[in-house]
Design a protein around this ligand. Structure first.
Ligand code: MSP
Length: 528
């Protein structure tokens, strides 16, 4: 069992009413990069993802497709959502579906606990409901529709008409938690991040919280309320609980203690559910609140949130089929400051692929490995005495590794990658200045050539370790090339916090040829 400190990270659970687009892929990749980093740092890491299968949206979509909701969910999970993980190279530890017995039992136990302790009570409610959001809306969150919905009240996020619902159902006494939540945000400034998200949540809660309707009786696709079989639990109340039902609630106390509390990554549209409702639910149940809720931005198309319902969704495979999963992972985490919105463009992706991945990193790897092959028969030479310039490279590697780790700690993977990229740039500059191809022609410079090749190889070693959370496939190939026949052990086992320590590649290590890590992409494919 890993001895490190626990680190549990979650993605939102996705509605499998439809197939995933790259906005969903973005969250998966961000969570996976952070999880892989922590795993390599020796933390007792757990990455949880899954699907949110109850509620009206699922029911309606299934019905529209002449299927039952369970069948529909099964089909989309099997054909689209599990394959997404494969497409993007996600190393998740668990995949929870809210229709699984472990989850449904946990939800029933949780609501029963809150009912027994007086935090859930019966009441009446009337309000505008958006099925897209699966949420009652305030009038301030509605706008007047245009086009097809001219003159109707529509949800500002989904641009579809809201429905006036009036229900007698059960309420969670969330209003009691206003002060405790404000105290939490005050005492733990990191609880909601980034700062803009925190400010939004604090000002929302400062207005005072209303009680939350947590059951529905107009349809039956959900977890039955244990004491009243005419009601099912509201889909968000059900869905948020996945974060604990997947790790031991209710029954496996030891696992829950080990894995909880978690860091939640969420899109900014679902921030309030996670930073307001969810901690209040946990407080009511006497459980610890999450370690952190981090809201990332949206992928935009034409200035608007990319979405299936607006027909702007791009399938993740349409990118990975051309550029590969490593490039997908690199591009979205590098190009968009984590926490802000970002516009996706094929041109930008293709340009970064060519300049940064193929010419920058990939070419560096190929050149160094090829030169060790050509000039030293594929056997890594000893570094000998270090020149000023060699020492400069060592310092860049050391400092970049430290900086990258600090950036990951503050949930800034884009800054971590930028810090690591300094090593790529410095090494490329180093080779240009040292000209090992010229040294190779001068037998009296053999010692210097050894030093240059050993320095460059050692820099590549650090790069493979530091970049493997982001680009596991390419770094795996580079690692194998650096230590043919598995002499270096498994890359995933390399301690990432020691990546900057110099001198880990032993002289005499056999290298193996390296195919281009980021092959050239034909212009016809790009313009197709
Ligand atoms: N099922 C709920 C979450 C329940 S979590 C207890 C849900 N599902 S969703 O499938 O609609 O969205 C899941 C996540 O995808 C959200 O974090 C949302 O922000 C994110 N994204 C959806 N479109 C996106 C973009 N265009 N860009 C970035 N993220 C996007 O909400």
């Amino acid at each position: 069992m890993p001895a490190g400190r626990p680190f549990t990270i979650t993605t939102p659970i996705f509605y499998p009413s439809d197939v995933p687009h790259i906005g969903h892929g973005y969250t998966e990749v961000a969570a996976d990069v952070l999880a892989r980093w922590h795993r390599q740092a020796g933390d007792d890491t757990w990455l949880l993802t899954g699907t949110d299968e109850h509620g009206q949206k699922m029911l309606r979509t299934a019905t529209a497709n002449d299927m039952g909701p369970r069948e529909w969910a099964d089909r989309l999970v099997q054909q689209a959502w599990l394959p997404l993980l494969e497409t993007l190279g996600i190393a998740n530890d668990d995949f929870i579906r809210t229709t699984q017995p472990r989850h449904e039992q946990g939800v029933a136990a949780f609501v029963q606990r809150l009912y027994d302790t007086g935090f859930i009570e019966a009441g009446d409610y009337e309000g505008y409901y958006c099925v897209g959001c699966e949420e009652y809306k305030q009038t301030s969150e509605l706008v007047t529709g245009t086009g097809r919905y001219e003159g109707q009240l529509v949800c500002a996020i989904h641009s579809i008409p809201v429905e006036l619902l009036s229900e007698r159902n059960y309420f969670f006494r969330m209003s009691q938690f206003t002060d405790r939540l404000l105290a939490l945000y005050e005492e733990r400034p990191d609880f909601v991040q980034p700062e803009s998200a925190r400010n939004e949540v604090v000002s929302f809660v400062k207005q005072g919280l209303a009680d939350l309707s947590i059951s529905r009786s107009s349809f039956d696709w959900g977890v039955q309320v244990p004491w009243d079989d005419r009601h099912v639990v509201y889909v968000w109340f059900d869905a948020l609980l996945n974060y604990i039902t997947a790790i031991g609630f209710d029954g496996d106390e030891a696992t829950l203690n080990r894995r909880w509390p978690a860091v939640h990554l969420v899109g900014k549209d679902i921030l309030r559910f996670h930073a307001v409702i969810w901690p209040a639910m946990l407080m009511a149940a006497g459980l610890e609140v999450p370690r952190q809720v981090f809201a990332h931005g949206w992928l935009l198309v034409g200035g608007e949130k990319m979405s299936k319902s607006k027909l702007t969704g791009i399938a993740p495979a349409s990118i990975t089929d051309v550029f590969g999963s490593d490039a997908f992972r690199y591009y979205f985490l590098r190009a968009i400051p984590f926490g802000q919105d970002g516009s996706f463009s094929w041109e930008d992706l293709a340009a970064r692929y060519q300049a940064e991945l193929a010419n920058g990193f990939g070419n560096l790897g190929s050149r160094v490995i090829a030169m060790i092959g050509r000039y030293r028969d594929g056997v890594l030479p000893a570094a000998g005495e270090a020149s000023e310039r060699d020492l400069g490279i060592r310092e860049v590697v050391r400092a970049s590794a430290v900086e990258a780790d600090l950036a990951i700690e503050r949930m800034a993977p884009h800054e971590a990658i930028a810090a690591i990229w300094r090593i790529v740039e410095e090494l490329n500059g180093y080779l240009t200045l040292e000209e090992p191809w010229a040294l190779a022609k001068q037998p009296e410079q053999a010692g210097r050539l050894d030093a240059v090749l050993a320095t460059a190889a050692e820099g590549l070693r650090a790069l493979a370790v530091l970049l493997s959370p982001v680009m596991p496939k390419a770094c795996g190939k580079l690692w194998t090339a650096l230590g043919a026949e598995g002499s270096l052990g498994l890359l995933a086992d390399q301690p990432i916090r020691a990546a900057g320590d110099w001198g880990q590649l032993p002289a005499g290590t056999r290298t193996a040829p390296l195919e281009p890590l980021f092959p050239r992409i034909e212009q016809e494919v790009l313009s197709a």
